[in-house]
Design a protein around this ligand. Structure first.
Ligand code: KG4
Ligand code: ZN
Length: 413
């Protein structure tokens, strides 16, 4: 029987076609991401039909590139892992159908991975890679990897991306992990707020990297945005609202102190823009700025800076300061309430520099450890999918032949 510990991960849940090869959930041999930002940027958001079409175009070359970069052949693999949800139905189906066909043709087991669990494993993968680099321990034949931190310590995971702002209690159990939902957004995800505010201000898509860079040039205390305490019963009538991650949450059963809401701040930014007549300036930026498929280059940011009044930069800095403050307040409060001393922050917004430095500073004050993925693995990728599949491969938890996409797949209980 083959036992290379090599898993090919495939991720197509949104607007990135990604494939990666990871060894024993602890060493990334390759991670290829084909971004569709170019396709969606002009619409200011992801267009589902276009996403499926682009995945179809990219999936074969992306998987080939992942194998080539890892310098392996299909025959070297132990399993294929694929994201089965949550995400866009048509986009997920492209990855699932391709992974199924590949698994069948190569007689390999197929492992279904929840995208959110993948984001959490992006941090665990990085922790293990750091441990390997520090020569704390090399992966044994079947034992996985030792970590510099205690790998069996439960963690509070904040998944903060374009589709999610969810807090999970993650607990290791018999070589695998279990998850309990602790908090979540009742409306927009934090990344969605970044994207909508950037769009409103005539900046590029996705908005996070633009706001991240421009916020450095404004006064974060200029506009006092406030988050009010969410009252579940009044606000929701006790029912779970429809959001992008709908199926998940019996929101009324969650502690309201750990609920997030980002639609209010988006409206507050809109009001500020109108009140201070910042719209014409935003429109002129919209016509002139273009970032291309990658994060905005320094020269584009310079160009944006030259086109921003100080008031706009203050607004951007204040928006970011308030959002991060709210993420921190609720995450640290939940950790304290649960007696957890290990926090994992992951998802696209976890790439944010202010977020990283403020979470680090606060965790030092509170004697709590905080960990992030590498910058590249903060946003969607397939290495996190292959890493999350490793415990499943060991426990023989394989997907059945009728695996299908589940756009609102929940994580844990
Ligand atoms: O995890 P991800 O790639 O996809 C989802 O699963 O949603 O996250 C994408 C989100 C977008 O909303 C994007 O604006 C945000 O992450 N993002 C950032 C940064 N980089 C990406 N937000 C704030 N600061 C960043 N540096
Ligand atoms: Zn994601």
């Amino acid at each position: 029987m083959r036992s290379s510990g090599l898993i090919l991960g495939i991720e197509t849940s949104c607007d990135e076609t990604a494939a990666a090869v990871v060894e024993r959930g602890a060493r990334t041999l390759s991670s290829v991401v084909a971004s569709q930002i170019d396709t969606h940027a002009r619409y200011g958001g992801v267009v589902p039909e276009l996403a499926s079409r682009e995945h179809l175009r990219a999936i074969v070359p992306v998987v080939r590139a992942a194998l080539a970069e890892a310098k392996i052949a299909f025959a070297d693999l132990d399993a294929i892992a694929v994201t089965s949800g949550p995400g866009l139905a048509g986009a997920l189906l492209v990855g699932i159908t391709y992974a199924k066909a590949l698994a069948f043709a190569q007689s390999l087991p197929l492992i279904a991975v929840n995208h959110l669990e993948g984001h959490i494993h992006a941090v665990l993968l990085h922790e293990r890679e750091l441990a390997l680099l520090q020569n704390v321990g090399a992966p044994g034949p079947d034992s996985g990897t030792r970590e510099s931190t205690n790998p069996d310590e439960p963690a509070l995971a904040l998944v903060v991306s374009g589709g999610h702002t969810h807090l999970y209690l993650a607990r290791p159990a018999h070589g695998t992990w279990t998850y309990t939902l602790v908090g979540r957004t009742v409306d927009d995800a934090a990344g969605e707020a970044y994207d909508k505010v950037a769009k409103l201000l005539g900046l590029g898509y996705p908005g996070g990297p633009w706001i991240d860079k421009l916020a450095l040039h404004g006064n974060p205390h200029a506009v006092p945005f406030a988050f009010s305490q969410i009252k579940t019963k009044v606000h929701l009538g006790g029912a779970a609202p429809r959001t992008k991650a709908a199926k998940t949450a019996p929101i009324a059963q969650l502690d309201p102190h750990f609920l997030f809401s980002f639609s209010g701040i988006k409206t507050a930014v809109l009001r500020y823009v109108e009140l201070h007549n910042l719209r014409p300036e935003a429109e002129s930026r919209r016509e002139t700025l273009f970032a291309g498929p990658d994060a905005p280059a320094d020269s584009t940011i310079e160009q944006a800076l030259a086109q921003c009044e100080p008031q706009t930069l203050d607004l951007i800095a204040s928006f970011q300061h308030a959002v991060i403050g709210d993420l921190m307040k609720k995450t640290f409060a939940a950790a304290e309430a649960l007696g957890i001393r290990r926090i994992l922050v992951t998802g696209g917004v976890a790439a944010n520099r202010e977020l990283r430095s403020r979470f680090r500073a606060e965790s030092e004050k509170r004697y709590v450890r905080v960990a992030f993925p590498t910058l590249a693995l903060s946003t969607d990728n397939a290495a996190m999918i292959a890493a999350a599949a490793w415990p499943r491969l060991q426990s023989g938890e394989f997907a059945s032949a009728d695996l299908s996409a589940d756009p609102s797949l929940a994580l844990g209980s």
